[in-house]
Design a protein around this ligand. Structure first.
Ligand code: SF4
Length: 501
């Protein structure tokens, strides 16, 4: 479905763009929405790239394209910081967060106009404190191209989930921006284009609960002053449900979606992967509490864990149905470097080094084909149109009415009405007319349309369309079983999911 061209703006690159010397001319290209042209490569002195592991092939293709024009290439961001060895052909690597390495890189590029003979690496030892982060260069993008806008409040997470590289990359003690920075960035976003939802990309929004509690009144105040122009979403650990004050403030600030890394409904498995924070409250209770505060839950699920059995798909599908979570990221376990999982599996001789043709680099306890088959079964059945629409409908009836009633004035700006009408028209055409599941679509959409719940129909229509399409591609083997999979297809959609919560 055209119109919205990408999920979220690339927060890291927007930050780097803002940090570069004011006298440097910057041309910003998001490959998800407007891929760089040959003319762009010719125009540049240096090509700076960032991305996640799933984008590895495309990152290396950009490097090749830039080198064909004789340009110096620089790569930073999460993938190269975790696995520099994935990118042997880049001229310069920037490893870690923004900090002393960024200053060294700028000085280097100022002094060297031609490509280095050997790869040069700059690694951050001193991170730039978040209060000194510049405001991301939102003016360089068209926010109308994105489903969600993104913002960062904190970096780092205090937990130690076995599979996660966030603590090693960004630290165990969350570092924070000031409330004024955050509200200033929100103002800049609103000025840059039509924004209706803003996603906090923090690894864990409640990694420092005290800080979240201090920020939230500022968000509430900002929303009130601006007449609630946006919905907020974030990633957080499930134990957020045990903090009533936090939840009430989030409701008042109009948080409508929370991504929780539930990972598995199996309590033995949660113990085994050191995700004990999910055990402090029964999972279903936590979801119900979040729903009661108007927040729809999005869940991460991991398959291929050592504790998985032939009964795991049934257990997961039962969980999906009972939890009524419309959207889940169901991934196969991957061992990322710099994680406790990698170290354990390496000791056990269970890392597959040459995993390019496989869905995972883990030697599973169960046969590989069986695990991949389980994953396909779960994805396909979770996103059968009827089941998916039922889960959306559950939230329409049981979750959304619990949201704060807000004035429509702040949300009904002309650019947003145009963006919304055009999205609605396309949804009604593609799903209501062209799709083979149009009967089910109308069964769910009509009651909402009759009540004037247009935003819901857009939400359900846009997300539903992509999930159903994604599931069908998975079932036919055209989609990877992990966001981190090395079995990357040439035509893989370049989404930028964050791992967290
Ligand atoms: S998975 Fe989430 S909670 Fe666990 S360490 Fe990573 S960011 Fe923290």
């Amino acid at each position: 479905m055209k119109g919205v061209r990408a999920f979220m703006p690339p927060q890291g690159l927007l930050l780097i763009a803002a940090y570069l010397p004011a006298e440097w001319e910057v041309r910003f290209r998001d490959e998800n929405s407007h891929p760089a042209s040959t003319a762009d490569y010719r125009w540049a002195d240096a090509v700076m790239v960032s991305g996640m592991h799933i984008q590895r092939n495309q990152i290396n293709a950009i490097n090749d394209a830039a080198h064909r024009q004789g340009k110096t290439t620089v790569l930073g961001g999460p993938s190269v910081s975790g696995c520099p060895e994935y990118y042997p052909d880049f001229d310069i690597l920037h490893l870690g967060e923004m900090g002393d390495a960024t200053n060294q890189l700028i000085a280097y590029l100022d002094e060297n106009s031609s490509r280095p003979e050997n790869q040069v690496r700059f690694e951050t030892r001193d991170r730039l404190p978040l209060p000194r982060f510049p405001r991301p260069a939102y003016h360089l993008i068209n926010l109308a191209d994105y489903f969600l806008a993104s913002i960062q409040f904190s970096s780092g997470c205090p937990y130690h989930c076995e599979f996660c590289d966030i603590p090693a990359l960004y630290g165990n003690s969350p570092r924070l921006k000031t409330a004024e920075q955050v509200t200033g960035e929100l103002d800049a976003m609103l000025a840059a284009g039509p924004v209706s939802a803003v996603y906090f990309v923090d690894d864990n929004f409640v990694g420092n609960r005290k800080a979240a509690l201090e920020l939230l009144p500022h968000l509430v105040e900002w929303q009130k002053r601006r007449q609630y122009p946006v919905q907020f979403a974030c990633e957080a650990t499930l134990n957020i449900a045990q903090n009533p004050k936090l939840l009430e403030l989030m409701r008042e600030a109009y948080f409508c979606t929370v991504f929780c890394g539930i990972e598995t409904p199996d309590t033995n498995a949660l113990n085994a992967i050191a995700k004990k924070q999910n055990l402090s409250i029964p999972i279903m209770d936590a979801i119900e509490i979040l729903n009661r505060h108007g927040m729809e839950v999005v869940s991460g699920i991991i398959m291929g864990l050592d504790t998985d059995t032939p009964g795991t798909p049934r257990q997961i599908l039962e969980f999906v149905n009972q939890a009524n979570i419309p959207m889940l990221t169901i991934n196969l376990l991957m061992a990322l470097p710099r994680t406790p999982l990698w170290r354990r599996l390496e000791t056990e001789g269970r890392i597959i080094i040459d995993a390019d043709s496989l869905e995972s680099n883990v030697r599973f306890n169960m046969p590989y084909d069986e695990v991949v088959g389980h994953w396909r079964e779960c994805i396909s059945r979770a996103y059968e149109p009827e089941a998916l629409y039922q889960r959306f409908d559950y939230n329409r009836i049981h979750t959304y009415p619990n949201r704060l009633p807000i004035p429509s004035k702040g949300r009904a700006t002309l650019p947003r009405l145009i963006k919304g009408s055009s999205a609605l028209a396309r949804i009604l055409f593609y799903e209501g007319v062209l799709s083979d599941y149009r009967r089910l679509f109308w069964k769910t959409a009509l009651p909402a349309l009759r009540k004037g719940e247009i935003e819901y129909v857009i939400h359900m229509g846009l997300i539903g369309h992509h999930l159903i399409k994604f599931a069908r591609e998975c079932a036919s083997g055209r989609e990877s079983a992990s966001f981190y999979s090395q079995r990357l297809r040439e035509d893989a959609p370049q989404t930028t999911p964050e791992a967290a919560g």
